[in-house]
Design a protein around this ligand. Structure first.
Ligand code: SAM
Ligand code: SF4
Ligand code: SF4
Length: 348
């Protein structure tokens, strides 16, 4: 597909937000449905089979997503990530990837997925221009993995997804593991064993109080620093330098077997470097993972707003952004500020 010409759209970066952070990334949720029911995200009790998810007409179509992405790129976004719910449930996802890959100025186009449907889609996604894949894998133990996926997923399927991604020519994968104390934290060293020396980068994510229904409790969070100590005792680690906007604290194995990352969003918040905007499948723009409301871009698109008007709206929203929930978590929770958008709607 030929690159889209900028169509006269101005190409000037959005003004920094109220805390001086520049707009750098857009995460695009393409669907709110999921084939898993991970207890930390979409617990089965809260999302039974008859749950009312978005109807197809409520979701942005591919041209609408492409248009919004192009507006963000004109404002300085260089990285796009597709997410969900489970993004691979969205029909013809490679078609969307091809549209996004053709936008001039996109330097990084990535996908986060649970992998269950990846074996069939890895090659078409690669051919369409997808650059990187992050897979979620919370355990190598089949029984614990099943529990962490709400009884829907199998470790063997994630292994098949990894093999398919490798065959399709994707470079090193990122493998995300959410750690919950008393549920899967015993399996951390087994996960490290699985990925050491493979080139893939395992990242442990602290269990977060996203949404309103995951029953979050602080005592279920395993601080990243505790995991570093446990891993270092078995395979000595050395800290790697951290970039100002990176969410992950990276450590290398001193024996040369690669690296491991820690996303310590609860115990070591990184709001100061947060350059991300998030778009829900129904076209709402969220400026924080913990926002309680989004800005309705779909309404503007469907009312016939021009690209320039959309640009001005998005730039205005970004310039007023003052979010830093994770840095204020204790204070806000104590004050009863618990209304957050659900994670499956904006995809983490
Ligand atoms: N369904 C896809 C997947 O699971 O990879 C993409 C969407 S999922 C919401 C994106 C990421 O958010 C996953 O890696 C998941 O583990 C993470 N996540 C979901 N709920 C979380 C929570 N409560 N705390 C920390 N990470 C969470
Ligand atoms: Fe689905 Fe991903 Fe949420 Fe698990 S973390 S329920 S796979 S959206
Ligand atoms: Fe960004 Fe909000 Fe997370 Fe802070 S809490 S890092 S502002 S998404």
């Amino acid at each position: 597909m030929k690159p889209h010409a900028p169509l006269g759209l101005q190409q000037t970066a959005a003004p920094p937000d109220a805390l001086g952070r520049v707009l750098g990334d857009l995460r695009i949720s393409v669907i709110d449905r999921c084939n898993f029911r991970c207890p930390y995200c979409m617990p089965e009790e809260a999302y039974p089979a008859d749950h009312a998810f978005l109807r197809a007409r409520d979701r942005l179509d591919f041209d609408e997503i492409e248009r919004i992405a192009r507006v963000f790129v004109s404002l300085g976004v260089k990285k796009l990530r597709l997410t969900g719910g489970e993004p691979l449930l969205r029909r013809d996802l490679p078609g969307l990837v091809a549209e996004l890959a053709a936008i001039e100025g996109v330097e990084d186009l990535a996908l986060t997925t649970n992998g269950a449907l990846l074996p069939k889609l890895a090659q078409p996604l690669r051919d369409a221009g997808l650059q990187r894949i992050t897979l979620s894998m919370d355990s190598v133990d089949p029984a614990i993995f099943r529990r962490m996926s709400g009884g829907r997923g199998e470790v063997a399927d994630v292994e098949a997804a990894i093999a398919a991604a490798e065959r399709a020519g994707f470079g090193p994968l990122k493998i995300n593991c959410v750690v919950m104390r008393g549920v899967n934290d015993d399996g951390v060293l087994d996960l490290v064993t699985r990925f050491r020396g493979t080139g893939h980068v395992l990242r442990f994510i602290e269990y977060m109080d996203v949404g309103t229904v995951n029953g979050w409790r602080g005592d279920r969070v395993v601080p990243g620093v505790e995991l570093v100590r446990r891993i270092d005792a078995r395979w000595p680690l050395q800290a790697l330098p951290r970039s100002a906007t990176s969410t992950s604290r990276r450590w290398r194995f001193r024996d040369g077997a690669g690296e491991v990352g820690f996303i310590n969003s609860v115990t070591e918040p990184f709001c100061g470097g947060c350059t991300r905007a998030r778009l829900s499948a129904d076209g709402k723009l969220y400026t924080c993972l913990f926002a309680h409301a989004g800005h309705d871009l779909r309404a503007l698109l469907r009312a016939g707003e021009s690209d320039e008007a959309l640009r001005a709206t998005v730039a205005g929203i970004w310039s007023h952004r003052g979010d830093r929930y994770s840095e204020r978590r204790a204070e806000l929770r104590a004050a009863g500020v618990l209304e957050h958008v659900e994670m499956y709607r904006i995809g983490g």
